[in-house]
Design a protein. Structure first.
Length: 185
């Protein structure tokens, strides 16, 4: 039985962000968190919790999206790059019919911006979000800031998040604790 109304948010764990040949990859550091993400997702379902998979999606060359100028094309709709990385794709294929597993398209760093995530969480009486995935100092960070501003309790699994640089990882983990009051475990 769950101790709180918690949801696991697996953010952007796709081939383009994690696979060695991904378009905007974290590489080995992103690959190392795979088993932790799968462990937490299985645990969440065993405890009758919710697993949301907010996943970046883009259209190639979109002149109105700010990331078009910042990064190479990535997570393009309908491509291998947008598929979940490794075991997460297998996990999702096995569990996608479960009503407690929800994929969510997002087009901005935060999983809350331009989506109905807040509405879905509140409808399920969820007050705590546990964040894992990539990138710690970009999409995890922006999602955490929005969660904080919306009044959610935030848990970051240190073994379940990764980013491009060690400095970015350290800075974000400290920011979660010191500026957002998040629990980092």
């Amino acid at each position: 039985m769950k101790k709180s109304n918690e949801a696991l948010l697996v953010i952007d764990y796709t081939n383009d962000f994690v696979a060695s040949n991904g378009a905007l990859t974290t590489g080995v550091v992103g690959q190392k968190i795979e088993s932790e993400i799968i462990k937490l997702a299985n645990q969440e379902l065993r405890e009758d919790g919710w697993v949301f998979l907010p996943t970046d999606v883009h259209v190639e060359g979109d002149p109105y999206h700010p990331e078009t100028k910042l990064f190479p094309a990535h997570n393009l709709k309908g491509t291998w790059g947008r598929d979940f990385y490794g075991q997460l794709q297998d996990w999702y294929d096995l569990n996608k019919a479960n009503q407690r597993v929800k994929i969510l398209d997002k087009t901005r760093y935060s999983a809350f911006t331009g989506t109905d995530l807040d509405m879905q969480l509140r409808a399920r009486k969820i007050d705590t979000v546990r964040l894992v995935g990539v990138c710690t100092d970009i999409c995890i960070l922006h999602t955490a800031v929005d969660a904080y501003n919306l009044g959610y309790r935030i848990i970051i699994n240190e073994k379940g998040v990764a980013t491009f640089t060690e400095h970015g990882q350290e800075w974000a983990l400290e920011h979660f604790k010191n500026a957002l009051g998040a629990q980092v475990e």
